[in-house]
Design a protein around this ligand. Sequence first.
Ligand code: GLC
Length: 478
Amino acid sequence: MELNELDTNKNIETAAWQALENSILYYRGRPVGTVAAYDASVEALNYDQCFIRDFVSSALLFLIKGRFDIVKNFLEETLKLQPKERALDAYKPGRGLIPASFKVVIVDGEEYLEADFGEHAIARVTPVDSCLWWLILLRAYVIATKDFSLAYQPEFQTGIRLIMDICLANRFDMYPTLLVPDGACMIDRRMGIYGHPLEIQVLFFAALRAARELLVCKGNQDIVNAIDNRLPLLCGHIRQHYWIDINRLNAIYRFKGEEYGKTAVNLFNIYADSLPYYKLDKWLPRTGGYLVGNVGPSQMDTRFFTLGNLMAVISGLSTEEQSEKIMVLIQERWDDLVADMPMKICYPALEGEEYRLVTGCDPKNIPWSYHNAGSWPVLMWMLAAAAIKTKKKYLVEKAIGIALPKVSDDEWPEYYDGKQGRLIGKQARKYQTWTIAGFLLAKELTLHPEYLPLVSFEKLPADLVSQACELELSSVDS
Ligand code: GLC
């Protein structure tokens, strides 16, 4: 690298740290989070609020830099917003949920925090991912500070328990996965991801593991047992039923349908004709593979969703072999998934009639824009973490090299449009905090891989997973 190039990069980084600083939200004089975007040129809508999922990128950076206070304040304040009473009424957030976002309001000269559980959000979407991210962040805080005392406080133990209660509750279906409505995660608009979307399942897996580490068993033995029971089943289910590579595609292609009873092979009655297998046959590299977007009754959504796949690698949900294949796929399909801006939120876009039917003609989610295969720089930190975990640091160095000059010149847009990711998103905010943090965090993780354990987990013992799945099958058989 040339000397003046090094200087430019340094300047970009200094400006990025300053922009992150400017995004800090203060409440009663204490820093409690970061706003979603600090862009005065457009109407704020809810971008002047602190979103739980967005804050995770900033929070990890603050933890790396030893600024524990802001993360602690965030965890404490959001915990206070969690409903603690059992609400059987409609239009009330369920007990245990953590809001999508919050803002500071002033009433009679006094500051308060006002939460949004989806009752204000566009399309009134439910933030299922918030409580899962909250747990993942609490664990990261404990790891960074080496101090369990915050998590062991009774209010925190109750908070964790309530999140587990809502996740592990009695429900209608029997899958180990979580059944959620459309738009319950980063993609918080209608995009055909209702059911059992990968992103939620992966965050659920990581949150279960975090809760298992943080819950004091005494008094919580029932929840601990439930987690121990659910974790290997969830893990086995995703590894088996969400996985696709060329061998698996071959098996699905020849699946029989309408199988009844215990000996069924095609458990979910997936009809081969529902898969775009001629496209997949071309797109799947010989040695690569990935976890599909959704699996349910006669449903397999074969779109590639980036957050779910990268977090599966980071959290150890995918096996080592699968993780390797996911990274091979990203490498081999670089032009589709990374191109000029790391990286696409999903691939490919829904187009034509499918776009109209599935998104409800959403003008923001037109093909190759926003959630419909737009490019989101925030995903760069997850690419970094997954690349480091699988010993492919060169991948993230390449991605940072592509993104850095462009994303800062363009004033840190929320997302990019187009197949190549060259157009600044039609309605993208500038100075989007998680774009700034995503880039800085990718950089930190590359330079200091020792921070990877903040978000990664050791692998679950393979025999635990296979034993649990076998047990489960034999209990269905008997
Ligand atoms: C958009 C994104 C969502 C994000 C929010 C704030 O709604 O879809 O994931 O949390 O903006 O940045």
